[in-house]
Write a protein that binds this ligand. Structure first.
Ligand code: ATP
Length: 365
């Protein structure tokens, strides 16, 4: 298994830059997820790592070797696609062992590796079945088996769960992460589904319009998003943004929103009067009748132990996640309190987070 290093990777199709100067390192044994909306350049990045697409510029190192201009077949990588095309006329055993057979691997060795992969994937009982009658999940396991038997340096996976229904995807996420924990293979995984990414990744790179906006452990990205895009993309419902126009003095830890003074993390530099956005996650809001920041309840969604309450304020609509035990009536006038050490502050012009105690000190775990 090996480290993958991507340096200043750039890919243009004619005038259109699909991937813009990407830099990241996937450490040995890491489960790394490229996450972003459709068309942001995830698949193009993965295809360049696989050797299926040539970069316009930049370098790709696999286990320290510069493989930028090596053909796919010369890279010790296994690729798992969303549309796992299995050979319909072959049974499961033959599908899994096919690439080894093509390489001329002796049949005893093929059998050993196929049976080992089947054991890891818990599909020993279907090895001699035809693939045509298999469920979506079993077909996915067979596709993974084909990658595993090759014992590659790393796995690349492009939305491998995309074709499954949502309940099954959830189950397979757990299985995939369990599989990774056993194999400890360096893995790069592409998805547009933030829940999938948050539940499986050691590290996530969030992409937007060809650029990596931020990368790091899911917990860091969620707690300290570097941009409004990342803050909005991660979390369901996403972070609330309260727009206001103000200047803030270095060392200041509060903002005036209408009649209310809101405590927030201390800022580390003077901020000239500008368009700012205060970012607050729904679970970091509570109701407090004494608060001067007020709004009118628009509605609520019951989710079992919690509920999402939507409140209309002078600063826009805010969603709060509260315990479902408290009753909230539509139209009620409520006071809102934010958890000061959890708030983010953004420059609305650039969309970037403003340096504050939250970012410097990792104010929460
Ligand atoms: P999706 O999840 O929809 O596949 P993605 O983030 O994986 O999205 P890419 O497939 O990498 O996005 O595509 C990034 C951009 O590059 C898109 O606008 C796409 O249309 C464009 N693109 C990709 N391949 C080509 C190509 N061969 N020629 C021209 N444009 C391309």
């Amino acid at each position: 298994m090996a480290e993958i290093r991507v340096e200043n990777l750039h890919k243009s199709f004619g005038d259109f830059a699909a991937v813009k100067n990407s830099n990241f390192v996937v450490e040995n044994g890491e489960f790394f997820i490229l996450l972003g909306p459709s068309g942001c350049g995830k698949t193009t990045t993965l295809r360049m790592i696989a050797g299926l697409e040539l970069p316009t510029s930049g370098r790709i190192l696999l286990g320290g070797d510069d493989v930028t201009f090596k053909r796919a077949a010369e890279r010790d990588i296994a690729f798992v696609f969303q549309l796992f095309a299995l050979y319909p006329h072959m049974n499961v055993r033959k599908n899994i062992g096919f690439s080894l057979k093509c390489q001329g691997t002796p049949s005893a060795e093929i059998n050993r590796r196929v049976e080992e992969a089947a054991r890891i994937l818990r599909i020993e009982h279907i090895l001699d079945k035809s693939v045509s009658g298999l469920s979506g999940g079993d077909r996915q396991r067979v596709a993974l088996g084909r990658a595993i038997v090759r014992e590659p340096m790393c796995f690349l996976m492009d939305e491998p769960l995309g074709a499954l229904d949502s309940e099954f995807r959830h189950l397979m996420c757990g299985e995939l992460r369990g599989l990774h924990n056993r194999l400890k293979a360096t893995t790069v995984y592409v998805t547009h589904d933030q829940l999938e990414a948050m539940s499986m990744a050691d590290k996530i790179a969030v992409m937007n319009k060809g650029l990596i906006e931020q990368f790091g452990p899911p917990q860091d990205l969620y707690a300290r998003p570097a941009s409004m895009f990342v803050a909005d993309f991660l979390g369901s419902p996403p972070m609330n943004f309260l727009h206001f126009n103000a200047g803030l003095a270095r060392g200041s830890g509060e903002a005036r929103l209408g009649d209310a003074i809101v405590q927030m993390p201390v800022v580390h530099e003077d901020i000239a009067p500008s368009d700012l956005a205060l970012g607050v996650r729904p679970e970091h809001i509570s109701f407090d009748d004494r608060s001067a920041l007020r709004g009118s309840v628009y509605g609520s969604e019951y989710l079992g132990t919690t509920q999402i309450v939507t409140v209309n304020t002078d600063f826009g609509q805010i969603k709060a996640r509260t315990k479902s035990t408290g009753e909230v009536r539509p139209g009620a006038n409520v006071g809102l309190r934010f958890h000061a050490d959890r708030l983010s502050l953004f420059d609305r012009g650039s969309g970037r987070a403003i340096r504050s105690a939250l970012y410097e000190e990792g104010a929460h775990g």
